[in-house]
Write a protein that binds this ligand. Structure first.
Ligand code: HEM
Length: 495
């Protein structure tokens, strides 16, 4: 067979599979299925929150809407908490694996991948939060002090890059250890987090090809990211270094050592997966690498996005900046600038109520729509209709976050002090779904909030910020959860 005919067969097969997926993906196999509502691309991508809200108001609390060729079930606020926490009927793992394009990884691990990642973050990250804050806060302090030295209103700051660089370094330290910190590894970490973000479809809304041919896009992206970026680019650089570090740990680490607080996640995983005689099989090594990559992705991407949102919102509100600055000085002392490089005490991070409240409010109000997903495991009756088995179900997160039931009559207004001495930013609830809810609520939320606080504390210690042009641009209105807004900050030193 010639190369041309092989290429033709492959192309036709891909087109055939895409057409088949479009047809089967848009059919609702139940006579009492939810009403199907058609929303235009403009409705979906330019004003998603308004469009979904109106569609629910006009057609009932459970509707079906086709997006990117696939039928999705959209539910109103009154069913959100029920659906997110009812894992027997609405599966987190099936829904998330599908939406993140990682069904293959989930299947290869016998359905255990997401559970193991969850377990790793809970046991080896969240439980060591104080130690992690002590380790990584000096990084944020150093970056802020470099920034102060160069701060001038004439030099606008690309906040996304600043936050990404800081968090990538913090992640390198916490996940792989101090020996891994280098400019080239920072670059690899950032690229890998970006590659996985692409694999999970986070930038899909911005590509015409991806919006028009979602199945073909998914296949092409899977091959590009898994083979080129992960196996080749990551595997031949940091992958090899991680392999050697695992061998070094096996050789030098005392098997009976009491868990030291400031060790990296890599060391902790080697200790967890090595056999009684101190060996680590090839499959365990590959498994550890997969876990580490997922920790990097989970740690960097969403947190950077929220850092950017929170700082833009602060930059638009000089009064809130002054209140937070007061909190910083009251907690770190007037000589706050002298403590640079020594880290921030974990208790300070825990007690920073004003900053915490502002972060929760920025997350509550940023306009999330399809930030959470579940998948029906059987035909499920809900709100007078039946959602057929195998469909993705999305609550509209902002409808819960901005509901007067949970946030009072002023629920639609931004109030940075709303949560002071009330609900902490890391606390999920039916009126705050930004971190999910129930058994599968984000296990990294305590670290994420601590990191955002470290960024704000170090950033605002000696600097005042304004947004250039007094506004920023929301790049992807349908995915404000994972795509940060774009804009520049003007910095001034505080007198
Ligand atoms: C502000 C930053 C973050 C946001 C907004 C966020 C949000 C979320 C959301 C909405 C979910 C799905 C929950 C559900 O479906 O009920 C989730 C899951 C998850 N998050 Fe986060 N997250 C953030 C930071 C982090 C960090 C720093 C880590 C790791 C250190 C992390 C690790 C995970 C993991 C592993 C899952 C999968 C769920 C599980 O395995 O239990 N996240 N996150």
């Amino acid at each position: 067979m010639s190369a041309a005919s092989a290429f033709g067969i492959i192309t036709f097969s891909i087109i055939g599979v895409c057409i088949w997926m479009r047809i089967t993906g848009s059919k609702l196999n139940h006579p009492d299925h939810p009403p199907v509502v058609t929303l235009s691309d403009h409705d979906l991508f330019e004003r998603p929150l308004e469009s979904y809200t109106r569609a629910l108001e006009q057609n009932g609390p459970v509707i079906a809407v086709k997006r990117k060729g696939l039928m999705e079930i959209i539910i109103a606020e009154k069913f959100a908490a029920q659906v997110i926490t009812d894992d027997a009927n609405f599966s987190f793992e099936q829904g998330t694996a599908k939406i993140l394009n990682i069904q293959f990884v989930q299947r290869m691990s016998g359905g255990m991948f997401l559970k193991k990642v969850d377990n790793m973050i809970n046991e080896l990250v969240t439980r060591r939060l104080d130690s992690l804050i002590s380790q990584i806060s000096p990084i944020f302090q150093r970056k802020a002090s470099e920034l102060e030295n160069s701060a001038s209103p004439e030099m606008p700051l690309d906040l996304h890059k600043y936050a990404k660089d800081g968090l990538a370094e913090a992640t390198l330290l916490a996940v792989f250890g101090r020996g891994f910190i280098s400019n080239s590894n920072l670059e690899i970490i950032i690229q890998t987090a970006e590659a996985i973000a692409e694999l999970t479809g986070m930038y899909q809304n911005q590509s015409m090809f991806a919006r028009s041919f979602p199945s073909a896009w998914r296949m092409a992206t899977f091959v590009k990211i898994m083979l080129v970026r992960i196996l080749f680019q990551f595997g031949t650089t940091m992958g090899l270094a991680i392999w050697s570090e695992m061998s070094r740990v096996l050789e030098h680490d005392n098997l009976n050592v009491v868990e030291k607080e400031d060790v990296s996640l890599l060391v902790l995983l080697v200790r967890r997966y090595r056999s009684r005689d101190g060996a680590l099989s090839i499959s365990s090594r590959l498994w550890i690498i997969a876990l580490l990559i997922s920790a990097v992705f989970a740690s960097v991407h969403q947190t950077v996005t929220v850092m950017v949102w929170a700082l833009f919102e602060l930059a638009l509100r000089p009064d809130s900046q002054d209140l937070i600055h007061k909190e910083i000085i009251s907690m770190m002392g007037k000589d706050a600038s002298n403590s640079k490089g020594l880290g921030i005490h974990p208790q300070v991070i825990r007690d920073a109520n004003v900053t915490d409240s502002f972060i929760r409010e920025a997350m509550r109000m940023k306009g999330d729509t399809l930030g959470l997903v579940r998948r029906t495991t059987k035909d499920v009756p809900l709100g007078g209709v039946v959602i057929p088995k195998g469909y993705p179900v999305f609550p509209i997160v902002s409808l819960s976050n901005r509901s007067p039931t949970y946030s009072g009559e002023s629920a639609n207004e931004f109030d940075g002090l709303r949560w002071v001495d009330n609900k902490p930013a890391a606390m999920s609830g039916p009126g705050f779904l930004t971190f999910g809810l129930g058994r599968w609520a984000c296990p990294g939320r305590f670290l994420a909030i601590a990191e955002i606080k470290m960024l704000i504390f170090t950033f605002l210690m000696n600097i005042k910020v304004e947004v250039v042009g007094n506004s920023y641009t929301v790049i992807d209105k349908l995915n404000v959860t994972s795509v940060p807004p774009k804009g520049y900050l003007k910095l001034r030193r505080r007198d």
